[in-house]
Design a protein around this ligand. Structure first.
Ligand SMILES: [Zn+2]
Length: 99
């Protein structure tokens, strides 16, 4: 695996689980206690390997955590950008007054 998009990466590596999840009764199924969960059914019938499911969950969590970090960083960048613009705006106004 190289530098691939995180979402594409997860569904590429775990395409069988992605396929199973599409058969869940609820689109936002958490695959834990939801009724009509295709993933749990596959786990119980042995179609889906429990270890494979565990690594999928682990990876999804890690990717989700990464997304949060990415969002926070984006927010921080935006906050700094706004601060810089405001500072520039204020000093610009001050320059105009001084003239
Ligand atoms: Zn499910």
């Amino acid at each position: 695996m190289g530098l691939i998009d995180a979402d594409a990466g997860l569904s590429t590596v775990f395409d069988d689980i992605e396929d199973l999840a599409r058969n869940c009764r609820f689109r936002d199924c958490g695959h834990s206690t939801e009724p009509g969960c295709a993933v749990r059914e596959a786990l119980e019938s042995g179609v889906l390997d429990a270890g494979r499911w565990a690594s999928f969950q682990k990876l999804s969590q890690e990717l989700a955590a990464l997304e949060v970090t990415k969002d926070r960083m984006a927010q921080e960048v935006e906050r700094r950008r706004q601060a810089m613009l405001q500072k520039a705006y204020r000093s610009n106004k001050k320059d105009l007054r001084d003239q």
